[in-house]
Design a protein around this ligand. Structure first.
Ligand SMILES: Nc1nc2c(ncn2[C@@H]2O[C@H](COP(=O)(O)OP(=O)(O)OP(=O)(O)O)[C@@H](O)[C@H]2O)c(=O)[nH]1
Ligand SMILES: [Mg+2]
Length: 230
C-alpha cells in the first residue's frame, strides 16, 4: 500500500503474456484468474485482466495483458510491450517450434524496452502432456541460463506451478520498482507509470483489445492509470 495525495493506493504490477500461438498463454491466465481450464482454442487478439491479490501478506493488484501469439498480430506487439513491467514468455513443451520462437519474443522485448534487466520468465507449458513432449527440461533450462532468467514448467490444465509463475513474476517486478525507487532516493514517490489496462478491479476481463489496434496505441497511452510505483 502506498500513500498518494493522502490516499492509500494499491501497488499494481503490469505483466504481459507473450509467446507463440496455442502455447497456452490464455489458458494460464484464465487458470490464474478464475481457477478454470479452458479446453477450446480461441486465438487471442489482446485481452487484459486485473485482480487484487495478496503477495507475501501485502495486498496489491496484478494487471495481466494476454497478447496474441498468432503471427498475423506480430506488428502490434511493440505497442503492447511498452506498457509491460514483467514478461511471462511461454512456449509449449509439446511444440519445439514454439520453444525456438521464444528467442524472437525475447529479442523484440529487449529491443522495444531497451533494457536487459526487465523481469522475464521462461515458461514451458503443458507439462501434463508427458507423452507428447518435444522439449526437454535440460534444453529449456540451458536456454534460461543463457538468458539469465528463471525457467518454470507449468500446466494450465492441472494448475501445476500456475500461481508460482505469477507470484514469482510479481515479486521480480516489485523488487525492481523498489530498487529503482531507492536509487532515485524518493521513497514513496508516485509514478505515472502509464498502465496497460483499463480492466475492472473485480477480476473481470476487459474486452478492449480491438479498440487499441484501431487507434494504434496501447491502452496505457490512451488512459490515465491508477497504478503507483512502489
Ligand atoms: N493439455 C494441455 N492443454 C493446454 C494447456 N494449456 C493450454 N492448453 C490447450 O492449448 C490450446 C491453446 O491454448 P491457448 O491458451 O488458447 O493458447 P494461446 O497461447 O493463448 O494462443 P493465442 O491466443 O493464439 O496466442 C487450447 O486448446 C488449450 O486448452 C496445458 O497446460 N495442458
Ligand atoms: Mg490466447
Amino acid at each position: 500500500m502506498v500513500k498518494r495525495g493522502g490516499r492509500a493506493e494499491l501497488a499494481c504490477h503490469k505483466l504481459i503474456m507473450v509467446g507463440s500461438g496455442a502455447v497456452g498463454k490464455s489458458a494460464l491466465t484464465l487458470q490464474y484468474m478464475y481457477g478454470e481450464f479452458v479446453e477450446e482454442y480461441d486465438p487471442t487478439k489482446a485481452d487484459s485482466y486485473r485482480k487484487k491479490v495478496v503477495l507475501d501478506g501485502e495486498e496489491c493488484q496484478v494487471d495481466i495483458l494476454d497478447t496474441a501469439g498468432q503471427e498475423e498480430y506480430s506488428a502490434i506487439r511493440d505497442n503492447y510491450y511498452r506498457s509491460g513491467e514483467g514478461f511471462l514468455c511461454c512456449f509449449s513443451l509439446t511444440d519445439a517450434a514454439s520453444f525456438a520462437e521464444t528467442a524472437e519474443f525475447r529479442d523484440q522485448i529487449l529491443r522495444v524496452l531497451g533494457d536487459n534487466n526487465t523481469p522475464f520468465l521462461l515458461i514451458g507449458n503443458k507439462s501434463d502432456c508427458v507423452d507428447s513432449r518435444q522439449v526437454s527440461y535440460e534444453e529449456a533450462r540451458a536456454q534460461a541460463e543463457a538468458w539469465q532468467c528463471a525457467y518454470v514448467e507449468t500446466s494450465a490444465k492441472t494448475a501445476e506451478n500456475v500461481n508460482v509463475v505469477f507470484d514469482q513474476m510479481m515479486r521480480m517486478v516489485r523488487e525492481r520498482k523498489r530498487t529503482a525507487r531507492d536509487r532515485r532516493g524518493e521513497a514513496g514517490a508516485a509514478g505515472g507509470a502509464g498502465g496497460h489496462a483499463s480492466a475492472a478491479d473485480d477480476g473481470s476481463k476487459n474486452a478492449a483489445g480491438g479498440r487499441r489496434d484501431d487507434q494504434g496505441k496501447s491502452r496505457g497511452q490512451k488512459k490515465g492509470f491508477k497504478c503507483v510505483i512502489l
